[in-house]
Design a protein around this ligand. Structure first.
Ligand SMILES: Cc1cc2nc3c(=O)[nH]c(=O)nc-3n(C[C@H](O)[C@H](O)[C@H](O)COP(=O)(O)O)c2cc1C
Ligand code: SF4
Length: 415
């Protein structure tokens, strides 16, 4: 029986999230206290050593990102910034919310460590406006940290100063994409910027910016406290550490589970999730949300990590796992994904603005059609979505191909 291994969720649910005393009593701020005695360069090395990869969906090596941002030239006497991506817009994903509501000081501590590593002066937590409870908890944690000298000028007499504030998003999926988020954070309309330049060089207010996901920051205190080498002992070689999976759909015990990387889908569904409900068998899982992949039974025993899943044509993404039993219609599921992208396309570029609508119309055109008609249409849609991926301005236009391709691969004759 697989057990949970809790790093990001180690206090969530067991301490009062409003109390900084409770957080300290649970070992909070050990990582930060140690970090402030270290050379910032050493922190970068520990993060690189840990092998931590971004938990927001892309899986980019965190240490490398911190290193690039640390090395980036300041613009004159300008600031460097740290931004926490707490937009959590990916359907089926609700892990960042659990951290923010259950243990907000941990995320704030991680941000201060990241900030110290790149010697940033200012930070923002960008939270979606619907996350009312998360906003209140994070604001409270920031206030507590100012009162106890963990934020503000001359943090714990270290000579290092850092300010942090919350900024709210308005609920656009695209505003979770890092460059669009930065536009929104600056108070502009949520349209994407062209990449490169990357945020490490030109982020918020065009200054070097370290932007990471909530869960990614929540790992930093542990990595610094115990050392990257120790951290890396968990999980798989290429995806070390733990990951929170948000399990939903036709399972007996849906919820959030933090387990070591390399845990299989089968362990997640049948051990932690209690198995399938309603007496129907397993049909499919959608891994990673709308920008994720459909998988079938054959992936059940694959250790889940960024690379191991990619070898199977699947994605880990944000850690969302939506389970569908034999009674579910994959046609309807695909329809809701296409509808989602058509709704969330910002309209700035033609391939995505027109393409997302076209995909939806093509799919609606075969509603009630034969399995053969649907399979042929899915293949035409794949061509269209590939064109969109190559010609769209930002990654959203390249997202529909991900689920379509996996549907063709695993369920060509199922629809
Ligand atoms: C359309 C789109 C939406 C995204 N939404 C989120 C989000 O809600 N939260 C998040 O952390 N990352 C999101 N990302 C990924 C971010 O662009 C970025 O990779 C992430 O903030 C980097 O942090 P990490 O390295 O810690 O994962 C999204 C990406 C795309 C293309
Ligand atoms: S790809 Fe879509 S979301 Fe991105 S800029 Fe173009 S229209 Fe907007």
């Amino acid at each position: 029986m697989i057990e949970q291994t809790k790093i990001a969720l180690r206090n969530a649910g067991s301490i009062d999230p409003r109390s900084i005393d409770a957080y300290q009593a649970a070992g909070g701020f050990q990582g930060l206290k140690k970090a402030l005695t270290m050379d910032p360069e050493e922190i970068v090395q520990e993060l690189e050593q840990s092998g931590l990869r971004g938990r927001g969906g892309g899986g980019f090596p965190t240490g490398l990102k911190v290193k690039f941002t640390r090395q980036a030239e300041r613009h004159g006497k300008g600031n460097k910034y740290v931004v926490c991506n707490a937009d959590e817009g990916e359907p089926g994903t609700f892990k960042d919310r659990v951290i923010m509501e259950g243990d907000p000081h941990l995320m704030v501590e991680g941000m201060i460590i990241g900030a110290f590593a790149i010697q940033a002066e200012k930070g923002y937590v960008y939270i979606r406006g619907e996350y009312v409870e998360s906003i209140a908890r994070v604001e409270q944690a920031i206030k507590n940290c100012y009162e106890r000298g963990y934020l503000g000028s001359n943090i714990l007499d270290s000579g290092y100063s850092f300010d942090l504030e919350v900024r709210l998003g308005a609920g656009s999926y695209l505003c979770g994409e890092e460059l669009t988020l930065l536009e929104s954070l600056e108070g502009k309309r949520g349209y994407p910027r062209i990449k490169p330049p990357f945020p490490a060089n030109q982020g918020v207010f065009n200054a070097p910016t370290l932007i990471n996901n909530v869960e990614t920051f929540a790992h930093m205190p542990v990595i610094v406290a115990e050392g990257g080498e120790q951290y890396k002992k968990r999980g798989t070689e290429k995806s070390p550490g733990t990951k929170i999976f948000t399990l939903s759909g036709d399972v007996k015990q849906p919820g959030y589970y933090e387990v070591v990387m390399g845990t299989t889908l089968g362990q997640l569904i049948y051990e932690l999730g209690g198995g399938m409900k309603n007496g129907h068998g397993f049909k499919a899982a959608l891994l990673g949300g709308a920008a994720g992949t459909f998988v079938d039974e054959s992936v059940m025993d694959t250790p889940m990590g960024f690379d191991t899943l990619r070898e199977k044509g699947a994605t880990l993404g944000s850690g969302a796992v939506m389970v569908m039993d034999a009674s579910r219609s994959l046609y309807e599921m695909m329809h809701s994904i296409l509808d989602f992208f058509a709704h969330e396309s910002c309209g700035k570029c033609v391939p995505c603005r027109v393409g997302t609508r076209m995909l939806l119309m093509m799919w609606e055109g075969v509603k009630g059609g034969s399995a053969g008609e649907k399979a042929r249409t899915l293949e035409q849609m794949q061509e269209e979505a590939e064109y969109m991926q190559e010609n769209s301005l930002c990654p959203l236009g390249g997202s529909p191909i991900i689920s379509i391709k996996s549907a063709v691969h695993y369920f060509r004759d199922e629809f």
